[in-house]
Design a protein around this ligand. Structure first.
Ligand code: SF4
Length: 280
């Protein structure tokens, strides 16, 4: 294993995580952050990076790792406690047989992931309340957010993704996503270097979300032709020009008057030489 390379990658991922936390004001003084650890590469990396940041951050916060044992057949119960013991981090394993509920409710042959995720989310929210966590950290990364944007556009006709910070569905907690500036491929390489004891999410034999797989493939093909296209799409979500979209709830088109001075962003560049539309 190439240690200097692992060290560099860790440093880079830590910097990106720190930037995201700061840009979206994810963690404040005195927060108790519940880090959801599923046994997948992203959540292992998130825990490592947050532990690093806790050591160097001027903001004092606590971390508690939480894993939900959903009782899927074959779930290796000892893997996470063994790993977290070695890491020396405070942790809790929550046992809840959501697998049985999902099997009862979802007809054979149908994908179970939707209900499974909803039940998992509910249990994690309850747990956060019980342990006095003020933030719930989830390990979604940049590629997850871009895939979700396209999923919502293609299948929900909505321009939305998973935000870096939001109020939980039960309105009792704040969910944060510290890895939003990290690319999946970098997290995957880091996970290999760190040799995490990965537990697959497909233990239950459920099919992966086929639409997400299709979008992943589409994005991978785009990136073969235009490297970093995912980053461009991600950045565009950070720079929305409301006046140049069509959502009447976001922009008051009725109030628009000819004498209003447009800021640079809002100018009509459609006919400018070199503008993106003119260049098409
Ligand atoms: S693959 Fe299985 S464990 Fe993972 S979300 Fe889907 S149903 Fe749940």
């Amino acid at each position: 294993m190439n240690k200097p390379e692992e060290h560099r990658r860790r440093k880079r991922l830590r910097r990106k995580t720190g930037e995201a936390i700061s840009d979206y004001d994810m963690i404040q003084e005195g927060d108790r952050v519940m880090v959801c650890v599923s046994g997948g590469k992203d959540s292992y990396a998130m825990l490592d990076l947050l532990l690093d940041l806790k050591k160097i951050s001027p903001v004092r916060f606590d971390l508690v790792a939480v894993n939900l044992d959903q009782k899927q057949p074959g779930f290796p119960e000892d893997v996470l406690p063994g790993y977290l013991d070695k890491l020396g981090v405070e942790y809790l394993i929550v046992e809840k047989n959501t697998y049985r509920i999902v099997k009862e409710k979802v007809p054979d042959g149908k994908t179970m992931c939707g209900l499974c995720s909803r039940l998992r989310r509910g249990t994690l929210y309850e747990t956060a309340q019980r342990i006095g966590a003020t933030k719930i950290a989830l390990g979604h990364h940049m590629d997850d957010l871009v895939e979700t944007l396209f999923l919502n556009m293609f299948h929900g006709s909505r321009l939305k993704t998973m935000p870096p910070k939001l109020v939980s569905d039960d309105k009792k907690n704040i969910v944060i996503r510290p890895l939003v500036y990290c690319r999946e491929r970098e997290l995957a390489t880091f996970a290999k270097q760190r040799d995490y004891p990965i537990i697959p999410c497909t233990l239950c034999g459920s099919q992966p979300n086929l639409e997400r797989v299709r979008i992943k493939k589409m994005l991978a093909e785009w990136e073969r032709d235009s490297p970093n296209r995912v980053v461009s799409v991600f950045k565009s979500m950070q720079r929305v020009t409301r006046s140049h979209m069509l959502d009447r709830d976001l922009y008051d088109f009725s109030a628009l008057r000819a004498e209003h001075a447009a800021c640079l962003d809002e100018r009509d560049g459609a006919f400018d030489r070199g503008s993106s539309i003119a260049a098409l």
